[in-house]
Design a binder for this molecule. Structure first.
Ligand code: MEV
Length: 309
């Protein structure tokens, strides 16, 4: 059995696609898992994707698979110069789809881990990351690579496109309330929408991306030095620029507002936006109150997690 966690973007989504830094952490309360059993001779490779109710047969000569899981399995077989084995892989995930938690990257990572291990050549690290990134392109069009990287590395990362991840230290663990709005939103569409705005007014949008870059660098320093109030303030500033990028929504703004009114030190949308999830930095003693307030404001689900503990 192999698995991969969900992820949360703390700072820098969207601008990271344009070369600005971003910060992401794994979120292991949600995960994807893959388990496999040998199948009778001649049955080939089958993936049972339980959460979406699909049974997929993987053939190497299918050149344009319409499914990301089939594509992930093909990439793995090609990488390892292997024929489809007689194997059935059960894939399950507790990560809500299209909610900013990196569900696509996590199921791909769990599947590739299980399949490559079953073939006797377990793929990990940079090799696994490169394959999951290829699959991400099918999901997202022009991904920055932050989702697959934080999910595969399973550690907090400061990420700059093309430069890759940099390690950084969390000076003092901090507590987040994570709220799923319950509204599914496609990252492919939000990224494409921002691209369209950028192409229409490059100078204006470049300025917004640059502003986010300044926020992310300040947030990194605040995280390293354990300054909770400053981390929260940078979250509020980042949310305001994401509003300018048009990727927030009435519902996300309402959840962010509710968190702040309940005493959160800062709150913002996280991930692609227009749906998906919102994160709030809280004093540990205030976590329950903030979580209740965002549920009252309409969140479908909330979690409390400690980053860097
Ligand atoms: C999605 O989790 C993060 C975005 O910045 C897209 C990307 O980086 O590929 C919106």
């Amino acid at each position: 059995m192999h698995s991969a966690p969900a992820k949360i973007i703390l700072f820098g989504e969207h601008a990271v696609v344009y070369g600005q830094p971003a910060i992401a952490v794994p979120f292991s309360a949600l995960s994807a898992t893959a388990d496999s059993i040998a199948a009778p001779d001649g049955t080939g490779l089958t993936i049972i994707a339980h959460d979406v109710g699909r049974v997929l047969h993987v053939y190497l000569d299918d050149d344009s698979p319409d499914n990301a899981l089939t594509y992930a399995a093909q990439l793995t077989l090609r990488k390892l110069h292997a024929r489809p084995p007689n194997l059935t892989i059960d894939l399950r995930s507790t990560i809500p789809v299209a909610s900013g938690f990196g569900s696509g990257a996590a199921v791909s990572a769990a599947l590739i881990r299980e399949l490559s291990a079953a073939l006797g050549s377990p793929l990990e690290g940079d090799q696994l990351n490169a394959l999951v990134f290829e699959v991400e392109k099918m999901h997202h069009g022009t991904p920055s690579g932050i989702d697959n990287t934080v999910i595969v590395k399973n550690t907090p990362i400061y990420f700059v496109r093309d430069a890759g991840p940099q390690a950084f230290t969390i000076g003092r663990p901090f507590t987040l309330v994570i709220a799923d709005s319950g509204i599914a939103a496609s990252t492919r569409e939000t990224v494409a929408a921002v691209r369209k705005l950028y192409e229409a007014k490059p100078a204006r949008y470049q300025q917004l991306f640059d502003q986010i870059g300044v926020i992310v660098r300040a947030a990194k320093a605040a995280i390293e030095q354990g300054r909770w109030a400053d981390i929260g303030q940078q979250m509020n500033l980042n949310h305001a620029v994401l509003q300018d990028l048009t990727v927030s929504s009435e519902v996300l703004d309402r959840l962010v507002q509710a968190a702040r009114e309940a005493g959160a030190l800062g709150a913002k949308l996280s991930g692609g936006g227009r749906g998906g999830n919102v994160i709030a930095l809280v004093e540990p003693a205030n976590a329950k109150r903030v979580a209740a307030a965002v549920r009252q404001a309409g969140a479908a689900h909330t979690w409390v997690t400690t980053v860097g503990g």
